[in-house]
Write a protein that binds this ligand. Structure first.
Ligand code: SF4
Length: 64
Protein backbone atom coordinates (compact mmCIF):
# COMPACT_ATOMS: atom_id res chain seq x y z
CA UNK A 1 0.00 0.00 0.00
CA UNK A 2 1.21 3.48 -0.94
CA UNK A 3 0.06 6.64 0.80
CA UNK A 4 -0.01 10.11 -0.67
CA UNK A 5 -0.94 13.44 0.84
CA UNK A 6 -2.11 16.31 -1.35
CA UNK A 7 -0.87 19.36 0.54
CA UNK A 8 -3.01 21.67 -1.64
CA UNK A 9 -6.20 20.02 -0.42
CA UNK A 10 -5.20 19.76 3.24
CA UNK A 11 -7.03 22.30 5.41
CA UNK A 12 -5.37 21.34 8.65
CA UNK A 13 -8.12 19.65 10.64
CA UNK A 14 -5.49 17.26 11.95
CA UNK A 15 -7.83 14.31 12.13
CA UNK A 16 -5.15 12.28 10.38
CA UNK A 17 -2.60 13.10 13.04
CA UNK A 18 -5.07 12.32 15.83
CA UNK A 19 -5.92 8.95 14.27
CA UNK A 20 -2.50 7.92 13.00
CA UNK A 21 0.39 9.81 14.62
CA UNK A 22 2.71 7.03 13.38
CA UNK A 23 2.04 8.23 9.82
CA UNK A 24 1.44 11.98 10.11
CA UNK A 25 2.86 15.03 11.79
CA UNK A 26 1.64 18.62 11.82
CA UNK A 27 3.78 21.50 10.62
CA UNK A 28 4.03 24.99 12.14
CA UNK A 29 1.03 26.13 10.10
CA UNK A 30 -1.21 23.28 11.25
CA UNK A 31 -0.99 21.42 7.95
CA UNK A 32 -0.47 17.68 7.87
CA UNK A 33 2.88 16.23 6.86
CA UNK A 34 3.53 12.61 5.96
CA UNK A 35 6.30 11.15 8.07
CA UNK A 36 7.21 8.82 5.21
CA UNK A 37 6.04 9.07 1.62
CA UNK A 38 5.15 5.89 -0.19
CA UNK A 39 5.02 2.40 1.26
CA UNK A 40 2.93 1.91 4.38
CA UNK A 41 4.17 -0.86 6.69
CA UNK A 42 1.70 -3.72 7.07
CA UNK A 43 0.99 -2.95 10.71
CA UNK A 44 -0.02 0.64 9.90
CA UNK A 45 -2.27 -0.02 6.90
CA UNK A 46 -5.45 -0.11 8.95
CA UNK A 47 -4.57 3.27 10.46
CA UNK A 48 -3.79 4.62 7.00
CA UNK A 49 -7.27 3.54 5.84
CA UNK A 50 -8.84 5.15 8.89
CA UNK A 51 -7.01 8.43 8.32
CA UNK A 52 -7.92 8.52 4.62
CA UNK A 53 -11.57 7.77 5.39
CA UNK A 54 -11.72 10.54 7.98
CA UNK A 55 -10.01 13.32 6.04
CA UNK A 56 -12.81 15.78 5.22
CA UNK A 57 -10.82 17.25 2.32
CA UNK A 58 -10.02 13.90 0.65
CA UNK A 59 -6.36 14.91 0.79
CA UNK A 60 -5.10 11.43 1.66
CA UNK A 61 -5.09 8.80 -1.06
CA UNK A 62 -4.07 5.15 -0.87
CA UNK A 63 -3.06 2.93 -3.75
CA UNK A 64 -2.13 -0.75 -3.91
S1 SF4 B 1 -7.34 15.18 8.04
FE1 SF4 B 1 -6.98 15.77 5.91
S2 SF4 B 1 -7.33 17.97 5.86
FE2 SF4 B 1 -7.05 17.36 7.98
S3 SF4 B 1 -4.88 17.67 8.43
FE3 SF4 B 1 -5.15 15.55 7.80
S4 SF4 B 1 -4.77 15.58 5.57
FE4 SF4 B 1 -5.15 17.67 6.22
Amino acid sequence: MQIHLDAEKCQGHNRCYALAPELFDVDDFGQAVLLEEGDVPADLQEKARLAAANCPEYAITLTD
